[in-house]
Design a protein. Structure first.
Lengths: 377, 377
């Protein structure tokens, strides 16, 4: 792990283990192929054209993003089939039209107002998914509100430039499950709700309605996607402590960690003060033994990261400071000036905060610095 | 507020009200002058050379930052007296030396190892403050550990290139106070601890030891800074919901809000879905009526922001989504496609996340887009 590039790390840096990334994508793709669904991975987790290329080389051609800006970035990197999985932002309609001119673009609507707005302002062919709420209680039409779903779907069908793709949900409620079993039950219930909504539409004469589902816990935990047309997991490419605690991944599957300089040691409290705080890890927390934590040490000195140390936790973060509380033995191994590897609670937010990363390969002394715009064609 | 520039806002944008910024600086400066202490404001809150210029025009010449990068940025903008209020990061020693060649630079050490490292590697004249912990339990030598403080101070004095400036604390424990009265008591106790540490050093023959204190709650709430040489508040330039809840500021003093596009409305739950989430507001929370909130609506439609609406709260954030729960009357006033102004819980983190801002002046129809690098000379 102590490559020449890592020796050059001066500030908190995101490490991405490409070995683990490839294994995570391969495992999800195997499930996709077994179930014969379309794989439309969410790219908001990595936001990197270089990591996008790994998917491309594995045959993926359709992707999901969560903003118009991200769609523009990946379109510039050569992607031609992009779904913006965020309720249509009316204020970005010009950019949506400009993108739809170049690529096969789809957007979400979750109400009649937005369907009408889109029908009125679309200047290009645009694919449309109706966003369904199956329990997250964020955006989307409630899955049992069949009449509203039907009305919005029919409005889209009636609009010359719009193509109704189907119905879509994000069962993010699985993130709040107490354990993997509950998460799986939630994901199953969400999928069944979608099939029920589709069946209602079929009875009302709306055929060719596709079903798109998406959260990482559900896509990892469910075995059977019968009736589903495409899946859109994103986080699985990196995983993180949240997924580990949910029982969705193993520690050795977590593909990202932050390398942080140690700037002080408190012997009395057995704490390391690191350069690495809220602006790097985000303020997302996990409850461990009743206490909120912001990260967890990802392997001892000279270990490849992937070995969790639940007795070495990031107990607090402020803007740039982090405080790592540890047991005696690991504490003694670290000195001021060393780098320490820490897993983030939520990899999507840490990736967004850092904006660039260092590629590593477990066990190999290879490391490459990658800025966000690398890999654009 | 509905200026032409705001009409052009497409994505979540940070609004900074310069009228309020100037009033906040003027009020703090009046306190500084009354107490005859040096004003060394912390610039990590705004991170903007343009806002730095407002301080400069009010006569401020000494500043605080929290990273070497920020010191480089403000040095490039013309600042000559900069304190990096973060424990010395050994891995950035080359950059520290390069800065010290150009400007009057000071750094922090909080242990003998770092004092020795600095003595060994300083190639330029560098000012040094000994970081003291007066209750935050983050970095710093505990204020009652007089012998360690003395040893570190003497090591610095004995090093030809280092100049001991004094002792410094950040009483960030005030942020966790239950009310303004407790915060003030904590700030007072912290100041007294510093004076006691200084007195110990004086008795041991160390004179000319300055005392530097810094948190916004303490600097706002304390009336008397007798014995203190300089203060380093930062957040007060913008304030935020956290300071308001602490009783440190009035709602009308909060100088920043996020303008977020409304992308969906849920009539049953009286909720607005906004484009504005964890990557804009951060995940910092405040407890309101026993529930964590991530922001609060900062004025109704067509009101200048500054009027708090505790019945209109940002109840959840995910990567790009925010969910605003509201009472019936304000809910009815907002439509999809509108912008809504929302106060962040912690302005420092929101500013860091957004990276650019729009300057406005309360009541005037003036708005200017400012990117982070604007204002550099």
């Amino acid at each position: 792990m102590e490559t020449a590039l890592l020796d050059q790390v001066r500030r908190p840096a995101l490490l991405v283990d490409l070995q683990k990334v490839c294994a995570n994508i391969t495992a999800m793709r195997a499930k996709v192929e077994h179930n014969q669904v379309l794989f439309r991975p969410h790219f908001k987790t990595h936001q990197s054209a270089r990591i996008g290329k790994i998917y491309w080389e594995m045959g993926v051609r359709a992707i999901t993003v969560s903003s118009v800006q991200m769609a523009e970035y990946f379109a510039a990197a050569g992607w031609k089939d992009i779904l913006i999985a965020f309720p249509l932002n009316w204020r970005e309609m010009d950019a949506v039209n400009a993108l739809a001119e170049k690529i096969n673009l789809a957007v979400l609507v979750d109400c009649m107002e937005s369907a009408q707005f889109l029908a009125l302002h679309a200047r290009e062919e645009i694919g449309v998914w109706v966003k369904i709420d199956t329990g997250l209680r964020r955006a989307g039409i409630w899955w049992e509100d069949s009449r509203s779903i039907e009305e919005v779907a029919k409005k889209i069908i009636a609009s010359p430039r719009l193509t109704l793709k189907g119905i879509l949900t994000h069962a993010g409620q699985t993130y709040h499950a107490e354990c993997a079993k509950t998460a799986k039950e939630m994901a199953f219930a969400s999928k069944q709700a979608m099939l029920s909504a589709k069946e209602y539409l079929r009875k009302r004469g709306l055929t060719n309605i596709q079903v798109s589902i998406g959260d990482t816990p559900g896509c990892r935990l469910l075995d059977d996607f019968a009736g589903v047309d495409e899946i859109r997991p994103g986080n699985f490419v990196f995983y993180d402590l949240e997924q580990w605690q949910l029982g969705v991944c193993q520690p050795q599957e977590i593909a990202v960690a932050l390398a942080c300089p140690i700037v002080s040691r408190n012997r009395d409290r057995r704490e390391l003060i690191i350069y690495g705080g809220a602006i790097h890890f985000s303020k997302e927390t996990l409850s461990v033994r009743g206490q909120p934590i912001f990260g967890m040490v990802a392997g001892k000195r000279n270990e490849p990261f992937g070995v969790l140390h639940p007795d070495c936790v990031l107990r607090s973060t402020t803007q740039e400071h982090g405080v790592l509380a540890m047991s005696e033995e690991p504490f003694a191994q670290y000195q001021i000036g060393d780098l320490i590897q820490v897993f983030p609670v939520h990899s999507c937010l840490a990736v967004q905060a850092l904006g660039e990363y260092i590629e590593i390969r477990s066990g190999e002394h290879i490391a490459t610095m990658v800025t966000k715009k690398d890999g654009c064609t």
